[in-house]
Design a protein around this ligand. Structure first.
Ligand code: E4P
Length: 215
């Protein structure tokens, strides 16, 4: 399973890249705002800065909600760097835009997906990635992981190549469950990735080995 980091924070992206396990980055307008990135020019420059740190795909989200606007914005984003994936919301105009970009050979990430039906539409439009938001489903007492399972079955039934990008991942168990049920990618905060490292028996075992090595 691929690991993407879900942030626009350059230091965290670099830390994950340096760990050697990072396959890409996802951002969204809220994550950009959190870093204080404002104004079109600064936003575009920030995407290029991210692309220059990582070696995998970098999702950059359009703000427009009409077809023409999404195409204009998406084409400008795609021109920034070969690693850019145009992130498009799961709305009617978005499905048309995904189809348009697919035919042009531009990679897309269909975002804000909360149902299997939406995921099916994204795959039919040719999205490179589909982003089911599992944490936000959990937040409203719906099982986010079972959505991933449903999408996996549907995509495997018909051989859709759209990659399931589990999004809104909140903790390490989400990552482990996503890997068990066959998500292609999990996009996670750095804290969830580094939490995978931790086990008290590793810490106590290492302390013992180091103590014994001095004997
Ligand atoms: C996905 O691409 C989104 O950026 C993200 O995973 C949303 O996560 P949140 O629900 O924690 O905001």
């Amino acid at each position: 399973m691929k690991f993407f980091i879900d942030t626009a924070n350059l230091a965290q992206i670099k830390e994950a890249q340096d760990l050697g396990v990072l396959d890409g980055v996802t951002t969204n307008p809220s994550l950009m705002a959190k870093e204080g990135i404002k104004g079109q020019e600064n936003i575009l420059k920030h995407y290029v800065d991210i692309c220059n740190i990582v070696t995998g795909d970098v999702s950059a989200e359009v703000i427009a909600t009409d077809f023409d606007g999404m195409v204009k914005e998406g084409e400008a984003l795609a021109k920034l760097h070969p690693r850019i994936v145009v992130k498009i919301p799961m709305i009617k105009e978005g499905v048309k835009a995904i189809k348009y970009f697919t035919e042009k050979g531009i990679k897309t990430n269909c975002t804000l997906v909360f149902s299997a039906g939406q995921a099916l539409l994204a795959a039919k439009a040719g999205a490179t990635y589909v982003s089911p938001f599992i944490g936000r489903l959990d937040d409203v007492s719906t099982d986010g992981l079972s959505l991933i399972e449903d999408i996996r079955v549907i995509y495997d039934n018909f051989g859709y190549e759209t990659q399931i990008l589990a999004a809104s991942v909140r903790h390490p168990m989400h990552i482990i469950e996503c890997a068990k049920i066959g998500a292609d990618v999990a996009t996670c905060p750095l804290s969830a990735i580094t939490a995978l490292l931790k086990h008290p028996l590793t810490d106590s075992g290492l302390a013992q080995f180091l103590a014994d090595a001095k004997k």
